[in-house]
Design a protein. Structure first.
Length: 311
């Protein structure tokens, strides 16, 4: 018996003969926040629907805390809280009324409903909104209600599909903080197409592109890919690319506008000092030299581009 709260095993989903999700496998442990990242149409929602038992896989299986979703759907689903991209809210109800309905739907025993509603409200910062009609709440508070219904039955796994879409920056910040907090009690999966969101909220990230996983690792590993072995050098009298390439350890040099040059160097090389010495000796007019970070967007493009070239 392992400790995984979620096991996705070789999940594939066909739509009209086309693979929307192709052979996706991963696991999730208790207390982890996993970011499921990918461009629109990559297969995120389709995967979420299979994980939550709302869509049957064409191939493969899902286990929630060791329980097979196909063999024992009721038991497996009871361990999941799910907020789909389209919030399942009854806007004509008050927060208390709606969460009471949600608790019943999630089969919370009648003696425990009141307490469950109070805990979920407190967790999601909704205590002062109990008697408000949901339709009169701001977008951000409606999203909190959506998250509250997903945790009302204290599930093992909380799955949130694009939880910050359509919110303003302050609401986004608050919802992200809430998701981070949920990570201490539950296993959480969020799907998103927003890179910084993953960086801020998740411990681990999976990047999906055209139905296939192209990256699965700790967020730190993704961040490290940004640093790379690159320097950005600013000079008033920049040398030719060939002259720069003569410096030991430099493997590539690219002249940019405004006297800037980007150089790449070998894994074990530290060419900064030699560059400064050459700049002084040859009057290159050096005015800046700094590590050149790849943006997360570029890392993402590289990962998804590599996948494209395989087709
Ligand atoms: P994402 O959530 O990453 O935006 P989806 O999982 O919604 O992506 O979609 C993955 C692919 O499957 C897309 O090409 C989409 O057009 C297709 N797709 C999704 N749902 C259906 C459906 N019900 N019928 C046919 N194709 C679908």
């Amino acid at each position: 018996m392992n400790n995984f709260t979620v096991e996705a095993i070789e999940l594939t989903r066909l739509y009209g003969g086309r693979e929307a999700v192709s052979n996706v496998s991963f696991t999730l442990s208790k207390g982890e926040v996993l970011g499921f990242l990918g461009p629109n149409g990559a297969g995120k929602s389709t995967t979420m629907k299979m994980l939550t038992g709302n869509l049957a896989p064409s191939n493969g299986s899902v286990k929630i805390c060791g329980i097979d979703m196909m063999e024992n759907p009721k038991e497996a689903k009871a361990l999941i809280g799910y907020l789909p991209e389209m919030r399942p809210l009854y806007k004509e109800l008050t927060v208390d009324e709606y969460l009471t309905v949600a608790a019943r739907l999630h089969r919370v025993s009648s003696g425990n409903i009141k307490k469950a509603v109070e805990i979920a409200k407190e967790r999601c910062g909704l205590g002062h909104m109990s008697k408000r009609l949901i339709e009169n709440l701001s977008n951000g508070y409606q999203q909190r209600v959506g998250i509250a219904q997903a945790i009302i039955h204290s599930p093992m796994v909380v799955i949130l599909d694009e939880p910050t879409v359509g919110l303003d920056p302050i609401q986004i910040r608050d919802i992200r903080a809430l998701i981070r907090e949920l990570g201490s009690d539950y296993s959480v999966i969020i799907s998103t197409h927003i890179l910084p969101e993953v960086e801020m909220v998740c411990d681990r990230v999976q990047i999906i592109d055209k139905g296939k996983l192209v990256f699965n690792g700790a967020i730190d590993v993704l961040k490290k890919q940004r640093v790379g072995n690159k320097l950005l050098i600013g000079m008033h009298n920049p040398p030719s690319v060939d002259a720069m390439l003569k410096i030991a350890g430099i493997t590539e040099a690219e002249a940019l506008a405004g006297g800037l040059m980007r150089v790449r160097f070998a894994e074990d090389a530290t060419p900064a000092e030699a560059i400064v010495q050459a700049a002084v000796k040859n009057n290159w007019g050096l005015h800046q030299i700094a590590p050149d970070q790849t943006s997360l967007e570029d890392v993402f493009m590289q990962l998804t581009y590599q996948e494209q070239t395989e087709f």
